[in-house]
Design a protein around this ligand. Structure first.
Ligand SMILES: CC[C@@H](C(=O)O)C(=O)SCCNC(=O)CCNC(=O)[C@H](O)C(C)(C)COP(=O)(O)OP(=O)(O)OC[C@H]1O[C@@H](n2cnc3c(N)ncnc32)[C@H](O)[C@@H]1OP(=O)(O)O
Ligand code: CO
Length: 134
C-alpha cells in the first residue's frame, strides 16, 4: 500500500524567512509561496530531487498548525507524507486497523492538486502522517 516519501513538512513561524534560509544558507531550489485557505496554511516546497521539504506557515485563525507552533515557537517537524495508489482503499484499511482519520475522513485536494488525508499522530507512533494519492 505504502509508496514513496512525497514530503517531510516543517511548521515555521515566518515562511519568508524560512524560504530565504533554505535558498541562501542551504542553496536549495525553493518554490513560490502558495496560500491554501482550505488547509489553513501557506506553503513553499523545497525540491530535493528524491523528495521534498514542505515549509508551512499558519493561514487564518483556525489553522491546524497554530497549536503546534504555539508549543514549538521556533518551528519543527510537523508531518511526513507517503504516496499511495488508491487513497480510499488505504483509508479503509487503516480504519479497519483502528487508526483515526482526521477531519471528516474524506480526502481533500492538497498542494499538488491530488487527494490527501491525515492520520492521527497518536495512532502512528506520535507522527502526524499524510497520505497523497498519486
Ligand atoms: C499544504 C497542504 C497539505 C499538503 O498537500 O501537503 C498539507 O500538508 S496541510 C498541513 C496542515 N494540515 C494538517 O495538519 C491537517 C491535519 N492536522 C490536524 O488536524 C491537527 O493538526 C491535529 C493533528 C489534530 C492536531 O491539532 P491540534 O490543534 O494541535 O490538537 P491538539 O493540540 O489537541 O493535539 C492533539 C495531540 O496531537 C499532538 N500533535 C499535534 N500536532 C502534532 C504533530 N504535528 N505531530 C505529532 N503530534 C502532534 C499533540 O501534541 C497532542 O498530543 P497529546 O497532548 O499527547 O494528546
Ligand atoms: Co503536507
Amino acid at each position: 500500500m505504502l509508496g514513496r516519501l512525497n514530503h517531510v513538512a516543517l511548521a515555521v513561524p515566518d515562511l519568508g524567512a524560512a524560504s530565504e534560509h533554505y535558498r541562501e544558507m542551504l542553496g536549495a531550489s525553493v518554490s513560490e509561496a502558495q496560500a491554501l485557505p482550505e488547509h489553513g496554511v501557506r506553503v513553499v516546497f523545497v525540491e530535493l530531487g528524491n523528495t521534498k521539504i514542505e515549509l508551512l506557515e499558519p493561514l487564518g485563525e483556525a489553522s491546524p498548525i497554530a497549536a503546534f507552533l504555539a508549543k514549538n515557537p521556533k518551528g519543527g517537524m510537523h508531518h511526513v507524507c507517503y504516496e499511495v495508489a488508491d487513497i480510499r482503499a488505504a483509508r479503509d484499511r487503516l480504519v479497519e486497523s483502528g487508526a483515526r482519520i482526521l477531519g471528516d475522513g474524506e480526502p481533500k485536494i492538497g498542494a499538488h492538486g491530488r487527494p490527501v488525508l491525515f492520520i492521527h499522530p497518536g495512532d502512528l507512533f506520535g507522527t502526524l502522517t499524510e497520505l497523497e494519492e498519486v
